[in-house]
Design a protein around this ligand. Structure first.
Ligand SMILES: Nc1nc2c(ncn2[C@@H]2O[C@H](COP(=O)(O)OP(=O)(O)OP(=O)(O)O)[C@@H](O)[C@H]2O)c(=O)[nH]1
Ligand SMILES: [Mg+2]
Length: 234
């Protein structure tokens, strides 16, 4: 990490931290970029920074992506939350361990493409190796994003298959049923809906296109769950 990255990283350890986890090419950076673009459009004052560290040739994350947002109004936006993505490629295992450290929330991104079953399984095994029983403790607020639902049905898995994936990774299916809801999403469709609406000059935060809303929902749910749990503690 460069000095600047280390500084960003250290500062973000002080706020609420939510991490996107999943295999390479699952869509973590795309999901965070979408969330960032929407916040910037709807409430630019709530957006603090967005750092993307990717290999320009392959567009894969080579460090982590990090975006900071504020909640509330005016000076009250002092409550900050930081969204991170982990780099999914094999060679960044140690970086993933650093990024996930101290998290309050987790968005598990699963690539719905059938051919990526093994990568999804390995990514879940690694997550469980790092977090252990913390995964079930409700201490970490969690949502599962099953991405790329735009793929033809015969080439992708559905939310119903996520339980089997969990079990094959040695994680209890309870994680899906009790601890974290599964959201079927398509970042690609969300991106296209966003572009269409912006080209037409139409945007109403209360009536976001469905595909966009599906991306926002799990992230907002995790943020809300963290805030509720912090309020209950104080
Ligand atoms: N078909 C389809 N492709 C998608 C979708 N979301 C992302 N992609 C594509 O998948 C590729 C990888 O997306 P990224 O967001 O960079 O993946 P990542 O999980 O951040 O990957 P790493 O940084 O390597 O861990 C890109 O080419 C995206 O355009 C989706 O919903 N559907
Ligand atoms: Mg990435």
């Amino acid at each position: 990490m460069s000095q600047e990255e280390e500084l960003v990283f250290e500062e973000s350890q002080q706020g609420v931290k939510i991490v996107f986890w999943g295999p390479t090419l699952a869509g973590k950076t795309t999901a965070l970029s979408l969330f960032h673009a929407i916040k910037k459009k709807e409430d630019p004052e709530s957006v603090y920074n967005f750092l993307k560290l990717e290999d320009k040739a392959t567009e894969r994350t080579i460090g982590f992506d990090q975006a900071t947002f504020g909640l509330g109004t005016g000076a009250g936006k002092a409550f900050k939350y930081h969204l991170f993505t982990t780099p999914g490629q094999d060679r960044f295992k140690s970086m993933r361990k650093i990024v996930i450290n101290g998290l309050h929330g987790l968005i598990v991104v699963i690539d719905s493409e059938k051919a990526r079953w093994e990568e999804n399984r390995e990514s879940l095994i690694e997550l469980f190796t790092i977090l252990g029983d913390k995964l079930y403790s409700r201490e970490v607020k969690m949502a599962i994003m099953l991405n790329k639902m735009d793929l033809p049905a015969e080439t992708r898995i559905s939310a119903a298959d996520v339980g089997r994936l969990m079990i094959e990774a040695g994680i209890s299916d309870k994680l899906r049923d009790t601890f974290a809801s599964t959201f079927e999403v398509s970042c690609l469709e969300a991106l296209s809906a966003l572009k269409d609406a912006w080209t037409r000059g139409e945007w109403n935060p209360k009536q976001r296109p469905q595909a966009v809303q599906r991306i926002i929902q799990p992230i907002q749910m995790v943020i809300r769950d963290i805030i509720i749990s912090q309020l209950q503690k104080s």
